[in-house]
Design a protein around this ligand. Sequence first.
Ligand code: GRF
Length: 195
Amino acid sequence: KRVAILFSGGGSNMVALIESMVGDHPARPVVAVSNNAEAGGLTKAQTLGVATDVVDHRPFKGDRDAFEAVLNETLAAHAPDIICFAGFMRIFTERFISRWAGQMINIHPSLLPKYKGLNTHARALEAGETQAGCSVHEVRLQLDDGPLLGQARVPVLSGDTPDKLAARVLEQEHILYPAVLKRFAEGDKTPVLLP
Ligand code: GRF
């Protein structure tokens, strides 16, 4: 299976996914695309020998269709079977979602369906949660929603700050996302539940 990875920032999840696709793995990374020309992940992907592309959303000034048309051209050139969102901070139109329906997965740093959207760790701490974690789901029209493909739980510890909790969750993201991708590439949608 041909995998495209979309990201906006540091791309640590992208790196974990690329590094997992080795040996007899059913998938291979074919391109890493960012909407941000300054994204730290671009050099990481290049160092790992994966083609990169940038489709900056800013020139399109909120014209999502125009941005997505260019993004689709970029993606189609690499003919991906699977698109992994890994810290990709743009929201898609229904047109884009239906164009790639069934081929898109995303990681979100909360125990969905709790804490969709942003600032998930601060919100979990604020709410006094005793557990937190991350979820991988199939991408559907609703933001941070869709059939669950995996979840990893971590304890909330006393004295946790959003950054401390984020670091603990991120470690699990790097285990969960590759595990889910492998199953998804094999056509197995049995959720991966960690620990
Ligand atoms: C992670 O918490 C991820 O879940 C979220 O963005 C954070 C950074 O991800 N989407 P990465 O290091 O850019 O993969």
